[in-house]
Structures are given as structure tokens and as C-alpha cells.
Ligand binder design. Structure first.
Ligand SMILES: [Mg+2]
Length: 393
């Protein structure tokens, strides 16, 4: 496939207002001859604007002949180490690499999942249905009217809706009141409210549905170990980021030594080496590369292929994001043939599926991919311009 190439000449951004403080940012790269590719970008990392960084890098790519994902890295001379040390650079690289991968797959006239497999010599057709888990967190953040009910009953009601609509795994992030360090040792009293929310969700979804809990790095070693016991008693199936597994590697190892629940995380990691070393050191049971931060869909796909062959069921892409990111993630996930479901932020806005043309299709807890080239869809300009803006940097 090296005879296929893409030469970027133009960059376009789209911003869609979602709710409260949340916007989706999509980018499109064009070659001036009808070729194009789409990706989604983070807004800011570490207080630094990601689209600005994308624009600077894209400027340096203008006119370069790109025949692969690797060619983007080589042309920009941004190695994994520098992308890792500056999160904004890693995020910008990820989005650009994603857009180029989409453009190259479209040029090859292959769905992105098939393009990824062909590029690594993998035989066989990928699945067109990718199992999702329902992350209810985004639907429970402030909307344009401000406050949203975050009572245990409210968590339970949203989780029950997801199960009624066919999801077999639900994730929540219930520990609003917690932030280490805590005054007392053991289980912090602040965690009680969060545990009530988890119990209410478990009761609402029944024993058969998997329950994942994201702790957003709000704990420390001692509180995390105490919390894990409580979560285990409630019947939680996945313990995500009690501490940041990338920034607090020693802490996560100490928690790992005491915990029985599968420990998940590393959503901000960049490059396959980051995820490989977390698995090899047995810091985590499940790594969560995010196509908007890990280096894009090719990096996520290669990470999935390598690590899943070492330990099946250890890779689940992180995706609490918009529909372009979910579609890209679903292609990467279908490419490596996942065991675990992929993340999906449910019920953030009821018009979400309309933001893409053709519409995003989520049925019975699965995302359904079409057989069109690339990611097989594009932002719907009517919806985007109605709810946001388009600009060229
Ligand atoms: Mg998370």
C-alpha cells in the first residue's frame, strides 16, 4: 500500500457545542484534489490549546508526501519521548495522525479497520459491530442549565436506561466528594456518598451486567486499597485509575499488589511503549489508549494487536468523546479483534447521532460500522454550523 499517498494542503476545524463546558472539535485535512480525512481533537491539555498545536504541526506537513502513519511522525520529527513529555504535543500528533490514517484508508478505498489490518499483514475481515460499554458520566455533568442531579437515584436511573437499551456493561465516576490527601487513614468518609451511588447502580442494573468504576485519580495508596475492598463487596468488575498510573507508577504498583479487582487506566498515555511497559511491569490489568492522545488509530491498533496476543482482554480504548473519535476507535478496536467492550459516553445529548453523516448507529449496545472507505462518515455540516463553527487556521 506504499504506492498510496496523501499530500496535505489544507486544514479545517469544526467546533460543535455539546453541553455545559463541553464542545467537540473535529478537524479535516484536504489535499486540494478531492482527498480528505477527519479526526477529533481534544480542546486543551495541561492548559495548552490542542487545535493551535495541530495547526502548527499541519503547517509543517503541508506538501509532504505521506504514504503511512509513520511518515507523519518522520516528517514532523516528533518522537514518542517528546510527545509523551508534552501532553499537548501528543494530543496534536494523535489527531493529525488520525486524520492522515483516515485519508489514506479512503484513498485505498478500504474501511479504516480493513486498512489497519492490511497494513500489518493481518488476514481476515474485521467485525462491523463493536461492543460498547455505557459510560454514564458525561450525561451527569452540568448541562447548559447548570446543575444536574447527582444523587444515587439519578445514577441508578441513567444506568437502568442503558441496560434497557441493550448495554451489558456500565461505567460511572461517582467520587465527586473525594480528593487526596485525606485527613484520616483507611477509607475516607468522603467516599461514602460515592459508594452509595455505586450500590444504587449495581442494584438498578442487576447482577448480570458488568459494572465499571472510574476514580479519576482522586485517591492515594492507602485510601485506594480500602476503597477497593468496598467496591469488591458491591460486585464491581473494574477499578479505574484510583491514582494516575502514568504519573504515579510506584503508587499504582503498591495498589496492584493488594487489589483483587482488575485495575484499568492510562488514558493519557502516548506510544505503544507506554502501554507495553505498564503491562510488563504488571502495574495494570487493562490499558486504555485513547485515539486522541495515544498517537492515533494506528498506534491504538498496533497496541491492541501486540498486547492482546500476550494477554487476551487487556486493551479497551478510552473514548468518553464525540462521534468522530468513537467511530475511529471502533475501527481500531475491530481491527485488533477486541475481547473487552469499547467506551461510549451515553446520553450526553440526544442529538449526538445526527452530528455525523451518515448518522452514528448504536444498536443493542453495539456500534455498527458501514463498509465505506476510511471511518465511513463525516461531520454533518448542517448540524455543525447550527451548533458551532468552522474555521481555517
Ligand atoms: Mg477514566
Amino acid at each position: 500500500m506504499t504506492d498510496l499517498w496523501f499530500r496535505p494542503s489544507e486544514l479545517i476545524f469544526y467546533k460543535v457545542h455539546v453541553r455545559g463546558p463541553t464542545d467537540w472539535r473535529f478537524l479535516e485535512i484536504r489535499d486540494g484534489q478531492g482527498g480528505f480525512g477527519f479526526a477529533e481533537a481534544a480542546g486543551a491539555v495541561g492548559g495548552r490549546n490542542v487545535p493551535d498545536m495541530v495547526a502548527r504541526l499541519a503547517d509543517r506537513l503541508r506538501g509532504e508526501v505521506l504514504s503511512s502513519d509513520r511518515a507523519v511522525v518522520d516528517a514532523l520529527r516528533v518522537g514518542d519521548a517528546s510527545a509523551r513529555s508534552a501532553g499537548v504535543l501528543g494530543a496534536a500528533m494523535s489527531s493529525l495522525r488520525a486524520a492522515v490514517a483516515d485519508a489514506l484508508a479512503r484513498r485505498a478505498e478500504l474501511p479504516l479497520a480493513d486498512y489497519l489490518r492490511a497494513g500489518s499483514g493481518r488476514a481476515g475481515e474485521p467485525s462491523r459491530r463493536v461492543r460498547l460499554y455505557a459510560n454514564i458520566n458525561r450525561s451527569m455533568l452540568p448541562d447548559d442549565g447548570g446543575h444536574v442531579d447527582r444523587s444515587a437515584e439519578s445514577f441508578a436511573a441513567v444506568a437502568a436506561r442503558a441496560v434497557a437499551e441493550g448495554f451489558r456493561s456500565v461505567k460511572c465516576a461517582p467520587f465527586d466528594e473525594c480528593r487526596a490527601p485525606f485527613d484520616a487513614g483507611g477509607l475516607p468518609p468522603e467516599a461514602r456518598k460515592g459508594l452509595e451511588r455505586v450500590s444504587a447502580v449495581r442494584e438498578a442494573i442487576g447482577a448480570e451486567v458488568e459494572l465499571y468504576v472510574d476514580c479519576h485519580s482522586r485517591f492515594d495508596v492507602e485510601s485506594a486499597i480500602a476503597l477497593e475492598e468496598e467496591l469488591r463487596a458491591i460486585g464491581v468488575d473494574w477499578f479505574e485509575e484510583p491514582v494516575d498510573p502514568i504519573g504515579q507508577g510506584d503508587d499504582v504498583l503498591r495498589i496492584r499488589d493488594c487489589a483483587e479487582l482488575p485495575l484499568a487506566g492510562a488514558e493519557s498515555g502516548y506510544g505503544i511503549e507506554t502501554f507495553r511497559s505498564l503491562m510488563e511491569s504488571e502495574s495494570l490489568d487493562i490499558v486504555m489508549p485513547d485515539v486522541m492522545h495515544c498517537g492515533g488509530p494506528v498506534e491504538a491498533f498496533l497496541t491492541g494487536c501486540e498486547l492482546e496476543s500476550m494477554k487476551p482482554g487487556c486493551v479497551s480504548l478510552h473514548c468518553p468523546s464525540g462521534p468522530v473519535s468513537l467511530c475511529t476507535s471502533a475501527h481500531a478496536t475491530a481491527g485488533f479483534g477486541n475481547v473487552l467492550p469499547l467506551e461510549h459516553a451515553v446520553y450526553e445529548v440526544e442529538w449526538r447521532h445526527e452530528a455525523l453523516e451518515p448518522h452514528e448507529r448504536i444498536v443493542d449496545g453495539y456500534i455498527e460500522l458501514n463498509r465505506e472507505p476510511g471511518i465511513g462518515c463525516a461531520p454533518d455540516l448542517g448540524v455543525v454550523l447550527d451548533r458551532g463553527e468552522r474555521w481555517t487556521p
